[in-house]
Design a protein around this ligand. Structure first.
Ligand code: TYM
Length: 332
C-alpha cells in the first residue's frame, strides 16, 4: 500500500518555493494516494519562537494548505504536537541513529553556523524527528523540495538500522518524491541561493500573503543579467538568475523550461517579467484570498486540525504499539 506523508514548518511566511516545490504537489497527489500532511510545530521550536507567533503561524500555514487545495476530508491535515506518537518514536530512533550520520547533515551545519557549541540539541536531532514523522505512519512516499533529500536518505538509514538492530522487516524504505520543474526555487536577489523564509531581505522571495502590487515590485526588482533571454535551455547555463526565473515561469505555467525559452527567446527581461508577474498573480491571488477568508475563523481551522490529529493518531497508535513490543517494553 502506498501512503504519502509530508510536513511543513510554521515559521514565518510561506513562499513560492514552498508552494511550487511542495504544496502544489501535495494537492495533486491527493487524487491517487492516501495523504497525511502535517504542520510541524515540534520542528519549529528547534529555533527560538515567540509562542503567540507560533500559534498564529500554525493557523496561517494550515489555512494556506487548505486554500491551496488540501482537502481535509480526503486527506489528513493536523499539527504535529497534537499527536504525541511522533515524539515517542523520535526518542526510540535517537537510540538507533548514529552521531556520525547527524554530523553529516548540511542543514544542521548551515543553521548552527559558527556557534555550533551553542546550537540546540533539538536542532541537531531534527532529522531524527523527521524520520519519526514519516515512519510512525509507515509512509512509503514523501513529496518534498530538493533541499530535504539528505534528510530522507537519513530516514532510510534509520529504518534500515531499526530493522537490522531488532532483526525485523518492519519499517519500509521510504522514497522521496521530488516532482516538477521547481524543485529548488532560488532567491530573487541571488540565483545561487535558495529562496528561504529566513532570508533577511523580503525582496528575495514571493510570499503567499503578498499583494499583486508587492509581487509585481519584487519581480521587477529581481536580479537578472544584461542579455536577452536565450531560445534554448542550454543558453541558461551559467546564468543562475535567468535559469531561476525561467524555471518559476515554467512551473507556474506547467510547461518545461524549453517551452519558456522557445516562447521568450530573444526577448528582454522587462517584457518577460511583465508576463511572469501576470502569471504569478493569477496563480497566487486566489490562494491568498481564500487563505485570508479562512483566517477570519480561527476556530474552524483549529477544529480541522483537531479532527486531522484524531485520524492521524488512529493510524499511528497501532504502529507505535508494535514498535514498543519489538523494542521490549511491557505493554500497558
Ligand atoms: P520546510 O518547512 O522548510 O519546507 C516545506 C517544503 O517546501 C520545500 N521548499 C522548497 N522547494 C523548492 N524551492 C525552495 N526554495 C524551497 N524551500 C522549501 C521543502 O523542500 C519542503 O518540502 N524539514 C522539513 C519539514 C518536515 C518534513 C517532515 C518534510 C518535518 N518533518 C517529514 C517531509 C517529511 C522542512 O523544514 O520543510
Amino acid at each position: 500500500m502506498n501512503r504519502i506523508f509530508s510536513g511543513i514548518q510554521p515559521t514565518g511566511n510561506l513562499h513560492l518555493g514552498n508552494y511550487l516545490g511542495a504544496i502544489r504537489n501535495w494537492v495533486r497527489l491527493q487524487a491517487d494516494y492516501e495523504c497525511i500532511y502535517c504542520v510541524v510545530d515540534l520542528h519549529a521550536i528547534t529555533q527560538q519562537q515567540d509562542p503567540d507567533e507560533l500559534r498564529a503561524s500554525t493557523r496561517e500555514v494550515a489555512a494556506s494548505l487548505l486554500a491551496a487545495g488540501i482537502d481535509a476530508k480526503e486527506s489528513i491535515l493536523f499539527n504535529q504536537s497534537l499527536v504525541p506518537a511522533h515524539a515517542e518514536l523520535a526518542w526510540i530512533f535517537n537510540c538507533v541513529a548514529r552521531l556520525g550520520w547527524l554530523n553529516r547533515m548540511t542543514q544542521f551545519k548551515e543553521k548552527a553556523g559558527k556557534h555550533r557549541e551553542n546550537a540546540l540539541v533539538g536542532l541537531y536531532a531534527y532529522p531524527v524527528l523527521m524520520a519519526a514523522d514519516i515512519l510512525v505512519y509507515k509512509a512509503t512516499h514523501v513529496p518534498v523540495g530538493d533541499d530535504q533529500k539528505q534528510h530522507l536518505e537519513l530516514t532510510r538509514d534509520i529504518a534500515q538500522a531499526f530493522n537490522s538492530a531488532y532483526g525485523v522487516d518492519f519499517f519500509p524504505l521510504t522514497e522521496p518524491l521530488i516532482l516538477g520543474v521547481a524543485t529548488r526555487v532560488m532567491s530573487l536577489r541571488d540565483g545561487t541561493k535558495k529562496m528561504s523564509k529566513s532570508d533577511a531581505s523580503d525582496y528575495s522571495r514571493i510570499n503567499l500573503t503578498d499583494t499583486p502590487e508587492a509581487i509585481a515590485q519584487k519581480i521587477r526588482k529581481a536580479r537578472t543579467d544584461p542579455d536577452p533571454l536565450p531560445d534554448t535551455v542550454e543558453g541558461l547555463e551559467g546564468r543562475p538568475e535567468a535559469h531561476n526565473l525561467v524555471g518559476i515561469f515554467a512551473a507556474l505555467a506547467d510547461i518545461s523550461r524549453a517551452d519558456v525559452c522557445q516562447r521568450f527567446g530573444g526577448a528582454q527581461f522587462s517584457k518577460f517579467k511583465e508576463d511572469l508577474t501576470a502569471l504569478a498573480v493569477d496563480t497566487l491571488s486566489p490562494v491568498t484570498a481564500e487563505m485570508r477568508r479562512l483566517l477570519d475563523d480561527p476556530g474552524h481551522i483549529d477544529s480541522v486540525l483537531r479532527d486531522g490529529a484524531e485520524k492521524a493518531e488512529a493510524l499511528a497508535q497501532p504502529i507505535l504499539r508494535d514498535v514498543k513490543e519489538i523494542v521490549g517494553f511491557l505493554s500497558p
